[in-house]
Design a protein around this ligand. Sequence first.
Ligand SMILES: Nc1nc2c(c(=O)[nH]1)N[C@H]1C(S)=C(S)[C@@H](COP(=O)(O)OP(=O)(O)OC[C@H]3O[C@@H](n4cnc5c(N)ncnc54)[C@H](O)[C@@H]3O)O[C@H]1N2
Ligand code: MOO
Length: 342
Amino acid sequence: MNYIKTVDAVGHVLCHDMTQIIVGEYKDARFRKGHVVREEDIPILLSMGKEQLYVWEQREGMLHENDAAVRLATLCGEENFLWSDVKEGKIELRAACDGLFLVDSARLRAVNNQEQLMIATRHGNTAVKQGDKLAGTRIIPLVIEETALAEAEAMVGTAPLLKLCPFVRKTAAIVTTGGEVKSGRIQDTFTPVVVKKLQAYGIAVIAHCYSGDGVDNVADCIAQMRETGADMIICTGGMSVDPDDNTPGGITKSGAKVVTYGAPVLPGAMFCLGYFADNTPVMGLPGCVMYAGATIFDLVLPKIAADVKIAREDVTGLGEGGLCLGCDVCHYPICPFGKATL
Ligand SMILES: Nc1nc2c(c(=O)[nH]1)N[C@H]1C(S)=C(S)[C@@H](COP(=O)(O)OP(=O)(O)OC[C@H]3O[C@@H](n4cnc5c(N)ncnc54)[C@H](O)[C@@H]3O)O[C@H]1N2
Ligand code: MOO
């Protein structure tokens, strides 16, 4: 920090806010910390009684906070993000479309482990709407060695730290299992719940069948639903331990490669997920999805809709935070449920 004559300050960076008070007219910071002094500012600063100023020395190899913020935002990414203007050394990123927000947690940690700079984001693996705030970034001092940014850039490489994948899977077919539902002895109250959850992602149900019980019946119905060309297949019920719970067997028999049967999530422990060779996902939803507020289905659906393939580790990593606290009023997704840091 240097203490220099105001008349020599053009091009230097102010170290603190400069408050101007004109009684009855004006009281605010006339110049903010970080402002780069311009020729036309000099008479104003002098009129405020500032004949000398504390400024950062502008040296070769140093970056102003506004320039550094642009470099950090570039590390976050540009595609599908809206950048704010740089304001007081900060840039905010918002969603340019609805989609699944993804964070490369390991590389974000590595960047934030560098001193004097930061990038903060909302949780990754979450569904966001166009215009939602996603990330903010700034450096800690007013100016920073350019080499610190260069190091962060080298660490990140060419792939951005953040991604926003639009929802592209838009149609679904439902297989409702259970002889009692097929016969009409029990009214189907599961399908309306699933339809509503799908609607939130712009997914339309284009076909629906009642399989009854039995592995072969479930597998046949899945095959029939495959022929509709639906972007995903969803089976409901028949996921637990009763002898007539045949949905996981039906999914396997239908030719899908099963990623998992079982998930460390409550509600939703009996969830099943598989993919066909053409990457069409097929899910088995346990009974809890019909009556619980938020379940495993809410955690996986954004990824399914965005066509981001789910691996077994993605599911097994959900254990920490995978316990719904069952609040009197459900505030999901504004709650810790499913906020694993993978
Ligand atoms: N002994 C055990 N019982 C249960 C276990 C367990 O591990 N051991 N797991 C529990 C958990 S966790 C869940 S979740 C449910 C899983 O249920 P299922 O997916 O197997 O559901 P079903 O047995 O097919 O049905 C349960 C209940 O819901 C009715 N049902 C099913 N589909 C519909 C529908 N489309 N519309 C209306 N009602 C429906 C069905 O008739 C049954 O009454 O299992 C726990 N039990
Ligand atoms: O464990 Mo079940 O699949 O939650 O309610």
